[in-house]
Design a protein around this ligand. Structure first.
Ligand code: FMN
Length: 186
């Protein structure tokens, strides 16, 4: 394998791929959702997973308040949903209301998004702060699994836009083009 000396941030460009999920929680009868690419299973017995969330996300403190969260594993057909939930904050908008996100409340009282491969309810058992993110450790206590074989789950590599990143970042800063990009689902 050829060695390339690059800053560590370039690790994201070397083909490491992650599953895309929506993290949801519910506090005072309000639902919260954000996109995440950092969910990993860390124990089978008991079943435990982790997700890394920046304290800047509105969902961060809501999960701590509720003491529970759900991991909604997206299918490739739900890319637009991943973009929406990762592109605006619950601080400014009720994403469920505005984008009519289909969901139901699980037995454990968490928002389970419809059309996913699986929805997993987790009890928050620990948090650990590393750098600029918090690792949420969740013990899975309920799940709904649908797993359609005709499709596959959404990966981080599916989220890439077709433009070079310098052009994409430039265009993002122009409000009218940003709107156009959303309309064209780029
Ligand atoms: C593909 C994708 C993956 C993301 N993964 C994470 C993640 O793992 N952790 C995180 O803190 N933010 C992640 N984000 C950013 C949040 O989803 C985004 O900031 C969101 O608007 C936060 O919403 P909130 O403020 O309502 O919580 C991701 C965004 C996208 C588009």
């Amino acid at each position: 394998m050829r060695k390339i000396d690059k800053p560590i941030k370039h690790i994201y460009k070397c083909g490491i791929d992650n599953m895309i999920t929506l993290i949801t929680t519910r506090v005072d009868n309000k639902n919260f959702v954000m996109t995440s690419s950092t969910v990993a299973e860390v124990s089978h017995s008991p079943p435990i997973l982790v997700v890394s969330i920046s304290p800047e996300r509105y969902t961060h403190d809501k999960i701590i308040k509720r003491g529970a969260f759900a991991v909604n594993i997206l299918s490739i057909k739900q890319k637009t949903l991943a973009k929406i939930c990762g592109g605006c904050s619950g601080r400014n908008v009720d994403k469920f209301e505005k984008y009519k996100i289909p969901y139901h409340i699980s037995k454990g009282g968490l928002p389970f998004i419809e059309g996913c491969f699986a929805n997993i309810g987790c009890k928050l058992i620990a948090t650990h702060r590393y750098g600029d993110h918090t690792i949420f450790v969740g013990e899975m206590f309920e799940a709904e699994v649908y797993g359609e074989r005709t499709t596959r789950h959404l990966l981080l590599s599916d989220m890439k836009h077709p433009l070079p990143s310098w052009l994409y970042n430039f265009l993002r800063k122009i409000p009218i083009l940003h709107k156009l990009k959303r309309t064209l689902k780029l």
